[in-house]
Write a protein that binds this ligand. Structure first.
Ligand SMILES: [Cu+2]
Length: 68
């Protein structure tokens, strides 16, 4: 079990949250995704550690990007 947190920039509404959640949920081994709309903080729970690159790619797929 592994938990990582990331920050996504520019998610103004709950639609963004569901798009990001859906894409990150598709990553292999991810068991839960929690997005905080006000802070942009994304918590990813997974069976094994998920590479930041994989999360970044999923966020990009949803149309957003990880904050530096
Ligand atoms: Cu939105």
């Amino acid at each position: 079990m592994s938990t990582t947190t990331h920050t996504v920039a520019g998610m103004p509404c709950s639609h963004c949250v569901s798009a990001v959640t859906e894409e990150i949920s598709k990553i292999d081994g991810v068991t839960a995704v929690d997005v905080d709309l006000t802070t942009g903080e994304v918590t990813v729970e997974s069976d094994q550690p998920v590479a930041t690159e994989a999360v970044a790619a999923a966020v990009d797929e949803a149309g957003y990007e990880l904050a530096p």
